[in-house]
Unconditional design. Sequence first.
Length: 76
Amino acid sequence: SMNLSYDKEKLEKAVREFKEKEGIVDIRVWINEGPLKIGDDIMNVCVAGRFRKDVLPVFQELISMIKTEIVKEEEI
């Protein structure tokens, strides 16, 4: 199992910045903070926009940023 935490200010800033990208209408992110067991959901990310070509790169980049710069995982 692991304990998951995240930087709320960094997440809010990232979401604001990614919402400004061409074709993006809205972004919602939920991160499951606290002790997690195998099989628990870690996060839900929803990126809404006009076209797939606008949405998919933003979705991939945002998830990558969340995993590498915003979320902190500790084994317990």
